[in-house]
Structure formats: C-alpha cells, structure tokens
Design a binder for this molecule. Structure first.
Ligand code: HEM
Length: 374
C-alpha cells in the first residue's frame, strides 16, 4: 500500500519523494546524501570495477576535499567573465545553423538546428578542434547511457570513457607545447604552476566538462522553442526587447526542467528539517514540483518570461554538486534564443512533435516548425 504522504513527502516504490524547496536543498547540502545511481553501480558485483573507479573521478560522483578543489579550479575557467568571451562564437554558430534553414521557411528544429549547437560551443570553450566534433558526438551518447540504461549499458559507457581519456591525454600533451586562452590551457597552467592538478585530474576534468553540457542544453533549447510556439505573443516580446533574454531563460529553466528529479541515498541516519531519513533511504528530489511551488512562484503553471524566476528554481540543482556549467548554459541559451528570435517570426508547429523517453533528459526529439524570416 503506497504512502501518499502529505504536502512534504510521498512514497514512490522504494523511494521517498521530497516535494519542498527547503527539504530538497537541505539534502543537497548534506554530505550524508550521495548519488543514488553511483551507489547502485558500486553495489552491483557484475559491474566492471574499472568503471566504478573511473566514475569516481567524474565531478558528479566525487566527494570530499578533492571534489571541492577541482570544482574551485573549474569554476574559475567557467566564470561569467570567462564565458562572456565565447558569446560571439555562440552567436556565430547559431547564425550559421539558421542560415541553412532560413530560405525554406520550415525546418525540423531539433535535427537541423538545435542538436548541432551545444557541441561546437563547448568544444570552442575547451579548445578542442572543430574537426574532432564527430568523435565527441558519438562518444558522448555512449558515455551517459549507464545513467538510465542499467548494467547492460556499462561496457559501452566504459569504452566511451576510455576513448575520451585517450583523446584528452593526446590533446593535453599537444596543448602543453602551445598554450592558448581556452579552458584546457587554463587547467594545464594550474597544473604547471602549483601541482594543484595532477595530469590525470586535467584529463578527467576536461573530459567531464564536455558531456554534461550537451543533452541538457539541447533539450532545454528544444523545450524553449516548443514553449514559444505555444506562446507567440511572448516570442514577439522577446524579439522586440532582447533585454528580456536572461529572464526568459530562467523562466524556461523553471517551467521545463530538463531533469525533473535528482536522486540521492542516505549513507547514514539523518534528520532533515525534523524529517527522519534512515541510512540507505533512496531520496528523490522533485525539482519540477519545487519549480511550481505557488509560495515561490505566484501562479506557477503560467509560463511568463517576465517573471523573475532566477535563483529560486532548482533546475541547476544545489549544494556541493550545483551545475558547474550554469553560467555557460545560461549564456548559450540566451545567445541561441537571441539569434532565433531576431531572425524567425511566427514560429508554428508544422507536424507531430516526438518527445524524449520518460527516463533521461526531457525535451523534444523531433519538432517540425514553419516560420517567416524577419
Ligand atoms: C540547461 C543546461 C543544464 C542543466 C539544466 C544542468 C543541470 C545540472 C544539474 C541539475 C546538476 C547537478 C546534478 C546532481 O546534483 O546530481 C549538474 C551538474 C553538472 N553540470 Fe550541468 N546542467 C546544464 C548544463 C551544463 C553545461 C553547459 C556544463 C558544462 C560546462 C555542465 C556541467 C556540469 C558538471 C561538470 C556538473 C557536475 C558538478 C559536480 O558534481 O560537482 N552543465 N548540471
């Protein structure tokens, strides 16, 4: 018999779902709660221990002092000031994609434009040559499969990690001879100046900055475009006043979170805001529900690009694993929507939209639209 809970919690299978902002944030900030899917991998004797060891070197699965040190270094390289240097390139990439579809007046927005945007952007920021983009496209797909595909997806994921590490080892060795102003050069400099980053850490940090920013960004951009087909008045407002872009992006993130939940496991008995969570409790944080909390966002089911959603929505998570790429994601979304709204008028759906599977990142996977060129 399920426990339907109250306004605070709900039981779902083996998991306790937390529905309130303060409870979710308290769990994210508490070191006794760690990644649930990593715990499943570690406890499964059939999973290659090499995979477990490698995942322990990725930001999401790291904990403790090393995690904090690496985060601090990466945050410098991904600060708003550093990211702003890449905005022009973001616009150039999006405008090239739009040029290809503009004359037809219709496009399959995901396959022809949106899907091709985040990878060249992150490669540019990291200093990865454009010619290697196809390699990353293939590797990134296998890299993330273990998160939703279960143990059978692990061998492909391990091979993807190995391939990425081999690539990064080679690139970093070459870059060392010719440092630039990209993020990888920044990480190498940090390594050379003070032994703060070991060679392996540079490799793993660079590799784990590529994948988390791909499906998240492209899914959010797809959801954004879909939302504007449903709210043409707000599209016109955005086109007329680009100063609305930062607020519009926060509202899109709030309204259509790419990951509606985060999962954690209690590694010890814990009491969170008076709520007892015994060791091994599987906790699901309902970010999408928090993002629609009427106490935080009046009239929460209304999509409104002029609402001030920033800082309160939980789409970038919270606590010590808060998204490291949030400034970059915001800049990418702002620049992409800026270009699209300046160049495309009257966007309408032009056929059936195909959506992502229920597990995994949420957003359209195929979306035919028609439009008029401005
Ligand atoms: C709309 C776009 C994005 C969304 C919604 C998003 C969301 C998230 C969330 C919710 C987390 C925390 C996961 C958890 O606590 O379990 C996270 C972590 C992370 N994100 Fe993002 N992300 C986005 C884009 C990016 C980009 C562009 C990058 C790359 C530069 C990136 C890099 C990372 C990294 C490295 C982590 C792990 C941080 C850590 O564990 O310390 N993300 N992201």
């Amino acid at each position: 018999m399920p426990d339907w809970g109250d306004e605070r919690t709900m039981q779902a299978g083996d998991a306790l779902v937390l529905l309130r902002h303060d409870d979710c944030m308290a769990v994210l900030r508490d070191p006794r709660f760690t990644q649930w899917n990593m715990a499943q991998v570690e406890r499964n004797p059939d999973i290659d221990p090499r995979f477990v060891a490698r995942r322990r070197q990725a930001f999401l699965s790291m904990e403790g002092a090393d995690h904090q040190r690496l985060r601090r270094l990466a945050m410098v390289a991904l600060s708003p000031t550093e990211i702003s240097r890449h905005r022009e390139r973001m616009r150039a990439i999006m405008n090239r994609l739009i040029d290809r579809v503009l004359p037809a007046g219709r496009m399959e927005a995901v396959g022809e434009v949106i899907h091709h945007y985040p990878l060249p952007v992150i490669c540019g920021v990291l200093g990865v040559p454009d010619k290697d983009i196809p390699f990353f496209a293939a590797t990134a797909t296998d890299w993330v499969k273990w998160m939703w595909g279960g143990p059978s997806a692990v061998p492909a994921a391990l091979a993807a990690h190995d391939a990425m590490d081999a690539y990064m080892t080679d690139l970093i060795a070459r870059r060392e001879q010719d440092l630039g102003d990209d993020v990888i050069s920044g990480l190498i400099r940090a390594e050379l100046e003070g032994e703060r980053l070991t060679r392996d850490e540079v490799i793993h940090t660079a590799a784990s900055l590529i994948v988390p920013g791909l499906d998240t960004t492209f899914s959010t951009l797809g959801s954004a475009l879909y939302l504007f087909t449903q709210h043409p008045d707000q599209w016109e407002r955005l086109a007329a006043d680009p100063s609305l872009l930062p607020g519009a992006v926060e509202e899109i993130l709030r309204f259509a979170p790419v990951g509606p939940t985060l999962e954690r496991i209690a590694t010890d008995d814990a009491v969170i805001n008076g709520l007892t969570l015994p060791k091994d409790t599987h906790v699901v944080l309902a970010l999408a529900t928090v993002n629609r909390d009427a106490n935080l966002f009046p009239d929460p089911h209304r999509f409104d690009i002029q609402r001030n959603a920033q800082r309160l929505h939980m789409t970038f998570g919270g606590g010590r694993h808060t998204c490291l790429g949030l400034h970059m994601a915001r800049a990418e979304l702002q620049e992409a929507l800026g270009c699209l709204s300046q160049r495309l008028a009257r966007i309408e759906l032009d056929g059936e939209v195909a959506w992502s599977a229920p597990l995994g990142f949420q957003g359209p996977r195929m979306m035919p639209v028609r439009f008029a060129a401005r």
